[in-house]
Design a protein around this ligand. Sequence first.
Ligand SMILES: Cc1cc2nc3c(=O)[nH]c(=O)nc-3n(C[C@H](O)[C@H](O)[C@H](O)COP(=O)(O)OP(=O)(O)OC[C@H]3O[C@@H](n4cnc5c(N)ncnc54)[C@H](O)[C@@H]3O)c2cc1C
Ligand code: SF4
Length: 327
Amino acid sequence: MTPFRYARAADPGDAIARARDGSRYLGGGTNLVDLMRETVERPAALVDVTGLSSAIEETDGGGLLIGAGVRNTALAEHRAVRERYPMLARAILAGASAQIRNMATVGGNLLQRTRCTYFYDTAGSRCNKRVPGSGCDAIGGFNRIHAILGASEACVATHPSDMAVPLVALDAVLHLRGSDGARTLPVRELHRLPGDHPEIDTVLEPGELITAIELPALPMARSSTYRKVRDRSSYAFALVSVAAAIEVEGGTVKDVRLALGGVAHKPWHAARAEAALIGGPATAEAFAHAAAAEFADARPLRDNGFKVPLATRTITAVLADLAGVDA
Ligand SMILES: Cc1cc2nc3c(=O)[nH]c(=O)nc-3n(C[C@H](O)[C@H](O)[C@H](O)COP(=O)(O)OP(=O)(O)OC[C@H]3O[C@@H](n4cnc5c(N)ncnc54)[C@H](O)[C@@H]3O)c2cc1C
Ligand code: SF4
């Protein structure tokens, strides 16, 4: 590991003042420290922000404001989250291990980096995300876990966070602070598609700090869910995952929320499927049709063509379960 400096931030202003060139914020360290050990990342300094914001508060609008320093376990176990946003609690509990969830923070989880194996292989693999302009060994290589939507010729990686998927479905909002002041940003707009610059994962400005995540009130989310399909039942990242909530009235879909994990460089808001569903019949056939519409532009790679039918079937099954119809 390359030597680095460490400082614990006293408050958000102190953290931002310390976030100079070459420094990084430190959450639970469960991803960043691994990347430093592998020399994928070499920050000159770490600014520890774990003590800054660890409260979960009710908002005036009936939602929740979650501090960026809240540990994953605390969020998943919070009563209001389990009752009002079960898709979020389930997504967190589907990720990593109990020990890692006890350490990992909400802010760090959103900004964890891809699990593409070539990205971690500093010994011999070409990776545009790690070394811009070096090439991408995943494109002609082993790409079973990679993206089927929104990839580019520079990078076909997927975003690994489970928690980010329900946050996209719920239309959660980030509270940010930087040297230019505070702003808010929908989680749906946080992560980028790779394009020509896969080394840039998000639209955050350098040194910008996530201070909190706001969940809006969403009564239909009370009966929402998250389903993760993976190679083994724990300690594995999603091949495909689905966060969903649906409101049905008289057999017709009144409202629906749908987001996908494991399919793209960012947690994927299934806007096409949502549009196809609203106002239509709540039947398994309509759900399958809407899921197929979402994947009309899918571009599978050599090893991951199975993700299209897998995701289509998973969306259909999840919506059918929530709507109480036969799949
Ligand atoms: C073996 C293993 C299995 C795993 N399995 C899963 C899984 O199945 N699903 C899943 O979703 N995740 C999984 N994870 C990943 C785990 O969830 C992440 O490592 C964790 O959520 C990252 O949180 P952290 O607080 O430790 O982040 P850190 O490692 O501390 O930081 C990650 C990034 O976020 C930045 N950062 C941290 N806080 C802030 C802030 N407030 N503002 C701005 N930037 C910030 C850091 O600078 C860094 O770039 C796994 C990890 C391991 C090691
Ligand atoms: S898919 Fe992206 S992260 Fe993986 S090797 Fe290619 S450029 Fe690197």
